[in-house]
Each structure stands twice: as C-alpha cells, then as structure tokens.
Design a protein around this ligand. Structure first.
Ligand SMILES: [Zn+2]
Length: 252
C-alpha cells in the first residue's frame, strides 16, 4: 500500500544524516533532561511544531490532539482521565517545567467542524471526532457567543486561577481573519482557562512556578502570533515584538 514507503525512506535518510548527532544528544540529556515547555498543539499534519520552533532534543514535551484542546477538569469528573492532564502532570510536576504553551492555527479542520456545529453543540452523540470537539469545545462555543455579543471583536474575559489574574482579549481587531480563524483564536485562549481548572496546575500558577501562554500560527502566511496580556490581543512574533512578548509572558 503506498504511503508507508515515504515513512521508511525517512528512516533511511535519518540513519544516513541526523542519527549520529541525535544519538549523542539523547545520551547528553539522559540523566539531566531540562525541557523548557509543555506544548499543546493540533494533530494537523501541517503543524510540524518541532520544525516550526526549531526545537532540539529535550526542548519540550509535545501533546497533540484534534483542535489543540485541554479537557476542563469538570469534563473529567464525568469522563475519567485525559492524556492532556497526565501530560501536564508529567511536565510541570515530574519535570518541573515552567511554561505551558497552547498553539492553535488557521484553517483548523477540528475547529471548522466545531464551528459548523456550534448551534447544536449542546446535543450529545455523534462520531468520535464529533463527540471530542463538542465535549471539549463547548466552552469555546460559549466564549465565541460572548465575542459575537460584544460586536465580534470583544472584549471578552477569560477566567484564570484567581480573580485578579483573569485576562481580557480582543480578537482580530484588524479584521484580517475568517470567522472560523477568529473562533480558533478564541479556542486557543479558552484552553488557558481549562488548564488552570486542574488544581495541581492552578497551585503552580498561583505560586509562579508555572506560566501559561497562547500562540497561534497562520498557515498560509507562515506567521506566528503570541497572546499579549498587556496588549490584550495576539501579537505577531517578530524581532521588534520579541522583547515585549518575553516580558509579557513573565509578568502575570
Ligand atoms: Zn487543527
């Protein structure tokens, strides 16, 4: 069956090129890994996060699912455990990682599906993918309704681990993105609220051991954005914005 040969040719190319250096890197960090972030991204085949972020061996723990969502702790009370919560524990508790970053993207098929079902999202049932996005995207749909009620730009407010840390967001003030991409940006920010619903993360954010950030990738321009709490919007990651974004990530 065609397709697997592409993967195997990749292994052969890896063996001939990257393998010696990577094995040395694996050995170097074996007893002292210091990953810098837990990254939550979409399973979309275009989101090659390690390449986009120019990551090296040991840099981050990567969690991927349809729609880059982190199930709210309330949904786990009904549905049991989640790999996302387990990954947060592995990263932030076991490995003492300080940064959790959620990265959404444009033209997201999971978000497109959820966006199309947004008027019936409270109804249960459907395919596995439908149930996944409906169950864990319900809060996103509700937040998007708030955005529409606020004129489509905002402000909308996201709850944090404490009332004095909740943050406000304006979405796409320049009106350059399609509605479903605005929806995807709302979804990305909603995940920060979902992450702090987990008590063990909430405790670490309150005590400044963990910080949460949201990024968004525009596939067809190749631009990365990061949410700035100070500017209350997604800001393009450029040389001129770099210092602001680093400082902003540390200030809350
Ligand atoms: Zn996606």
């Amino acid at each position: 069956m065609p397709g697997l040969d592409k993967l195997l040719r990749g292994v052969l190319k890896y063996r001939a090129t990257l393998r010696p250096k990577m094995v040395k890197d694996f050995q170097r960090i074996r007893d002292n890994p210091e990953p810098k972030a837990v990254m939550v991204s979409c399973i979309d085949s275009r989101i090659i996060m390690t390449r986009l972020l120019q990551s090296s061996v040991g840099d981050m723990l990567l969690v991927r699912n349809a729609g880059n969502v982190v199930p709210h702790s309330d949904t786990l009370r009904e549905n049991g455990v989640s790999t996302e919560a387990a990954a947060l524990e592995l990263g932030c508790v076991v490995n003492n990682i300080r940064h959790v970053v959620v990265c959404g993207h444009s033209d997201c098929k999971a978000m497109t599906g959820l966006f199309a079902m947004r008027d019936t999202v409270e109804e249960t049932g459907g395919s596995p993918l439908t149930q996944w996005v409906k169950t864990h995207g319900l809060a996103t749909v509700r937040k998007y309704r708030e955005l529409e009620a606020a004129g489509g730009v905002g402000p909308i407010t996201f709850e944090a681990e404490s009332t004095n840390r909740r943050f406000t967001a304006f979405i796409d003030k320049e009106n350059q993105f399609a509605p479903v991409d605005k929806f995807s940006q709302v979804n990305t920010l909603q995940q920060l609220e979902n992450i702090v619903s987990h008590e063990f993360i909430q405790e670490r954010v309150v005590s400044d051991k963990v910080r949460l950030s949201a990024m968004w990738f525009d596939i067809y321009t190749g631009d990365f954005y990061m949410f700035s709490r100070e500017r209350e919007t997604f800001v393009e990651v450029t040389n001129s914005n770099y210092a602001h974004l680093v400082a902003d990530a540390e200030c809350w």
